[in-house]
Design a binder for this molecule. Structure first.
Ligand SMILES: [Zn+2]
Ligand SMILES: [Zn+2]
Length: 353
């Protein structure tokens, strides 16, 4: 990405890994809603030119000096499939060592496109020392791990930070893109008694049902009052105990806050690229005993957990099938368009195309 709204294909050198690092041949590079927000300029200035792509599964091409295991202590060698957490932590900052939080003050999200680079819209990803990567379990399908991309780690991080979904929770998920689908998937595995998903695309709502949703509400042909009526009809007069924002648009925020039942939680995960303000009645936080929280930038442990969860569940849930579109590196613009239009559940960059 050279500047806002300008993505080009460049040839850059492939560089040997540094000590402690790894060079990985990209197998699948996930195309994420955040990438579309970065390209449109909505997410603010980036250190252009950059290589896009913060979701990747790849095959170890070469390991840096001293590397014999992944970041969970599992032996790793050239040819193994790995999945990586795309933010390098410095392990010597206040966030890293005192707060135990991500990202840290020294985190770098992107590198100049002509320098060794971990962007996954590329043939190779150069993982610096300190960037956690994990070996896929034997028999794990790369598509199943890539299917929910950074969305599954994001949801695990959000539930970690804002409180997990428990048995008997009644959950509403706003938006059935990858983050919303991951929220449905985790809520279903956690024993939620109702999982109601709101979206406008019928195909996405159908996928949500296949991952454990119990009901859907369409955005088309309904207004906020009607959607609320449908949700409350289903969960009862107390309203949902958890609402998850995964819509990525500001107008979802007041609706989600209003929708959350008394003593409930509203977990905001999708507004990373939606800069702006929205009006709510703060009094409701008091009178309804509401908690509103948000989270982003999953920790390495959330990537580790997501990878193992996907590998464990790949035969019970149609995860690999969520990878709906494959694009060559040179088709990155089309891939971004597919994610923006909502036409694709999960497009990926496949460098072999
Ligand atoms: Zn740090
Ligand atoms: Zn992402």
């Amino acid at each position: 990405m050279v500047e806002a709204n300008r993505v080009e294909t460049w040839d850059v050198p492939v560089v040997d890994p540094q000590p402690g690092g790894a060079l990985v041949r990209v197998v699948l590079g996930g195309v994420c809603g955040s990438d579309a927000h970065i390209v449109s300029g909505e997410a603010g200035q980036m250190p252009f030119p950059i290589i896009l792509g913060h979701e990747g599964v790849g095959r170890v091409e070469k390991l840096g000096d001293g590397v014999t295991t992944d970041y969970a202590g599992v032996p790793v060698k050239a040819g193994d499939l790995v999945y990586w957490a795309p933010i390098a932590l410095c392990h010597r900052s206040y966030s890293c060592t005192v707060l135990d939080e991500t990202p840290c003050e020294n985190s770098q999200f992107f590198e100049h496109a002509r320098r060794p680079n971990w962007g996954s819209y590329a043939d190779y990803a150069w993982l610096p020392n300190g960037m956690a990567f994990y070996r896929l379990p034997d028999h794990a399908q790369p598509e199943a791990v890539a299917a929910l991309g950074c969305a599954l780690p994001t949801v695990l991080r959000g539930f970690d930070k804002c409180g997990p979904v428990g048995r008997g929770d009644t959950v509403v998920v706003q938006g059935a893109g990858p983050v919303g689908l991951a929220a449905v998937f985790v809520a279903a595995l956690s024993g939620a008694s109702e999982i109601i998903v709101i979206d406008q695309v019928p195909e996405r709502l159908a996928v949500a049902m296949s991952l454990g949703a119990t009901a859907t509400v369409s955005l088309s042909g309904t207004d906020e009052a009607e959607r609320r009526r449908q949700v409350y009809d289903r969960v009862g007069p107390r309203g949902p105990s958890v609402v998850v924002e995964a819509a990525g648009v500001l107008r979802a925020f007041p609706e989600g806050a209003n929708l959350t039942g008394s003593h409930g939680r509203y977990i905001v995960l999708g507004l990373w690229g939606a800069i702006g303000t929205a009006l709510i009645s703060p009094r409701e936080l008091t009178t309804k005993n509401l908690r509103i929280g948000g989270a982003t930038f999953p920790k390495p442990k959330h990537y580790h957990e997501a990878m193992h969860l996907a590998a464990r569940m790949q035969d019970r849930y149609p995860l690999a099938g969520l990878v709906s579109h494959r694009f060559a590196i040179s088709q990155a613009n089309e891939a971004l368009e597919a994610v923006k239009s909502g036409a694709a559940i999960k497009p990926v960059i496949d460098p072999t195309l």
